[in-house]
Design a protein around this ligand. Structure first.
Ligand code: PEP
Ligand code: MN
Length: 258
C-alpha cells in the first residue's frame, strides 16, 4: 500500500487545515519531554512568533534507564494540548502502549511511534485503527525495508496517513549519537509515496552541526524536519546535551530559512 508502484502521486496529510508533504517543508520543534506548563508556554510562544504550526514534546518517554525521568504521561499531554490551543499549534507526541491511545488521542493531532517501537506490531496495528496521522520513526537498527514494512502494517490496518521519520541508525561511528542515513530520504521518497521527515536532534545528538544537517535533509527532499528545543536545556529532564536553547534556536531557524 505504501509503495510508489501502487500509487504514483505523493500522499499529502491534512492536520487540522495544514498540509504535510505538499511541497513546503514542515517543521516540528519542541522539547524532548513535557516537563511543566511554564516550560511549554515558553517554547510555544517562541514557535508561534516564528509562524510555526507544530509543537512536539514527549509525555510517555522510552528511556534507556528505568531510573531516568519517564515522562508526565496523560498529565503532560493535557499541558501540551492546552498550551498548543492557546498558540494555535498542532501537537505531536509519542505513544508507547496501545492501551494509552484512547485516553491520549483527544490531546494529540499526530501520534508518534518511536524508534524503539518501530516493530511493536500490536502498537502498529492499533494506530492502524485510529483516525489521526502517525509519524513513524525508523528503528535503531532497522533496514529501510523493515521500516517500510512497519509503515505497511499501519496502512494495512486502515490508516493511510503515515509519515516516515529517519532519525539515525546504529553504526560503529561515535562522533554522532547515531549515524544519519541521509540516503534513506531519497530512497524512501522513491520507493514510497509517504512524506519523509528527518529528526536532526536524535540522529546527530550534537548541536554544533544541526544547521548543515537540516539543510542537507531539505536538499535531498525531506518533507519535514524535527528538532528538540528547550527553554533551559542544561536542566532538562531528558536529552539535556542535545536540545537547543531558545536563543540557539532563533539563530538556527533564521539561518535555515536564509
Ligand atoms: C523522541 O522523538 O522523543 C524520541 C525518543 O526519538 P526516537 O524514538 O527517534 O529515539
Ligand atoms: Mn529526546
Amino acid at each position: 500500500l505504501v509503495s510508489r508502484k501502487n500509487k504514483s502521486e505523493d500522499t499529502v496529510i491534512e492536520v487540522n487545515g495544514d498540509s504535510i508533504g505538499e511541497g513546503e517543508a514542515t517543521f516540528v520543534f519542541g522539547p524532548c519531554s513535557v516537563e511543566s506548563q511554564e516550560q511549554m508556554e515558553r517554547v510555544a510562544a517562541n514557535l508561534a512568533a516564528k509562524g510555526l504550526k507544530y509543537i512536539r514534546g514527549g509525555a510517555f518517554k522510552p528511556r534507556t534507564s528505568p531510573y531516568d525521568f519517564q515522562g508526565l504521561g496523560i498529565e503532560g499531554l493535557k499541558i501540551m494540548s492546552e498550551v498548543a490551543k492557546k498558540y494555535d499549534l498542532r501537537v505531536i507526541s509519542e505513544i508507547m502502549d496501545a492501551s494509552d491511545l484512547e485516553a491520549a488521542l483527544p490531546y494529540l493531532d499526530v501520534v508518534q511511534i518511536g524508534a524503539r517501537n518501530m516493530q511493536n506490531f500490536s502498537l502498529l496495528k492499533a494506530v492502524g485503527h485510529i483516525n489521526k496521522p502517525v509519524l513513524l520513526k525508523r528503528g535503531l537498527s532497522a533496514t529501510i525495508e523493515e521500516f517500510v514494512n512497519a509503515a505497511e502494517y499501519i496502512t494495512m490496518h486502515g490508516n493511510p496517513n503515515v509519515m516516515l521519520c529517519e532519525r539515525g541508525i546504529r553504526t560503529y561511528e561515535k562522533a554522532t549519537r547515531n549515524t544519519l542515513d541521509i540516503s534513506a530520504v531519497p530512497i524512501l521518497k522513491r520507493e514510497t509515496h509517504l512524506p519523509v521527515f528527518v529528526d536532526i536532534t536524535h540522529s546527530t545528538g550534537r548541536k554544533d552541526i544541526l544547521l548543515p544537517i537540516a539543510k542537507a535533509a531539505l536538499a535531498v527532499g525531506a518533507d519535514g524536519i524535527m528538532a528538540e528545543v528547550h527553554p533551559n536545556p542544561t536542566v532538562a529532564l531528558s536529552d539535556a546535551n542535545q536540545q537547543m536553547s531558545l536563543e540557539e534556536f532563533d539563530v538556527f531557524f533564521k539561518n535555515l530559512l536564509s
